[in-house]
Design a binder for this molecule. Sequence first.
Ligand code: PLP
Length: 401
Amino acid sequence: NSIFAHVVRAPEDPILGVTVAYNKDPSPVKLNCGVGAYRTEDGKPLVLNVVRRAEQKLVNDMSRNKEYLPIVGLADFNKSSAKLIFGADSPVIQENRVTTVQCLSGTGSLRVGGEFLAKHYHQRTIYLPQPTWGNHPKVFTMAGLSIKPYRYYLPATRGLDFQGLLEDLGSAPSGAIVLLHACAHNPTGVDPSPQQWEQIRQLIRSKSLLPFFDSAYQGFASGSLDEDAQAVRMFAADGGELFVGQSYAKNMGLYAERVGALSIVCKTADVASKVESQLKLVIRPMYSSPPIHGASIVATILNDRDLYNDWTIELKGMADRIIRMRQQLFDALRARGTPGDWSHIIKQIGMFTFTGLNPEQVSFMTKEYHIYLTSDGRISMAGLNSKTVPHLADAIHAAVT
Ligand code: PLP
C-alpha cells in the first residue's frame, strides 16, 4: 500500500480547469472562452513578430552564454521594466528610489512581493478587490499574508462600486496593504476613471495604506502603454511608497517564458538598496535565480528603437481586435433582440467581459452549446473571432430567454 494512499484528489484549478474540460469535448463547434490568452482572428495563438526578430538576434549572437543570472535577474531587463511602467523620466528612477527585480512572470512577482511584506512589514493584511483574479487569495495567503476583501463591483450596474470601495478602504487599519489592478481589472473589466483613481490615491495616502499594483495588462487594455500605466504613475508621482508586479505574458505574448518584474518604490535610494538586499534572501531559497531567455527577449525589444516601435504597433493591433470583438458581440445580441442591457460588453476594458451570466446559465451554455467559460460568467474576448461570435450570441440569447 502506498504511503500516499490517503491523499485525496484535489479539484481542478477553476480557471485552467475550463480548458481541461474544453479539450475533452469532441464537438466541432466547441468554443473556449475561458482561456486568458490572446488568439488571432483565425483562433490561433500568436507569437509577436518582434519576439521572433528578437529571438533571431539572440540566437545569432555567439557572445551569449547560459551562465546563471544574478539572483535579481538581468540588469538590462530590470532597468527597462522600471522605465516601461513608471515612464523613462520618472523621479523614482532618476533618484534611484526604486528597486526592480526579475521574477517568474506576474504571479511570481506578486509572490516575492508578498513574502517580502510578510517578513519585513508591520501590517500583514492585504485587501483584495471583490471579485479578483482567482489566484490572488492563494498567492498572498501562501506568502504569509492574511487577506480581506474590499467592495469593487456592483452587479446591479455591472460597474464600479465606488462608494463601497471608499468605505471599505476608509475603514481598513492604518498601514494595511491594498491590491490594485493597474488596468483592465480581471475578471470584471471595470476600471476606475482618472478622477476616481485620484480619490483612491488621496484616501490611500491619507490613511497610510500601502498600494500593491498588479500590472498584468499594460498596453493590452487601451492599446497605449502610457495610458495603461497612468494609475501606477499617479501614485509614483506623489513621492509615496508602492509595490508593482509586472507581467509580459499578455502584452508581449510571452506566457510560457514566465517573465515579469517586481518593483518596490521607496522614500530614499538607501532604503531601496537595503530592500533589494532582502529581496535576494526571499528569492534565493525559492528558485535561486530566474531564467534568462524571456528576459533577454524583453530587454532586446525594449532597448531597440525599431523593435520597440513595432511592438507598440503589434500591441495596439491586439488591443484593437479585442475591442472589435466587444462591438461585434454587442451588435449580435442587439440583432437577436436578447433581453437586457448589454452595453457593459462595450464599456468594460481589457481581455474579459464580465457578462453577468449566472452559474446555471453558464452551465447551460456549456451543455447545450459547447461553450466553455468560468462559472462567474467571465468571457475572454481575446478568444473570439468573427466566425465564433454568432455562436456565442446564440448561446447567450438562449441562456437568458
Ligand atoms: N494578475 C492578473 C490580474 C492576471 O489576470 C494574471 C494572468 O491571468 C496574472 C496576474 C499573472 O499572469 P502571469 O503569471 O502569467 O504573468
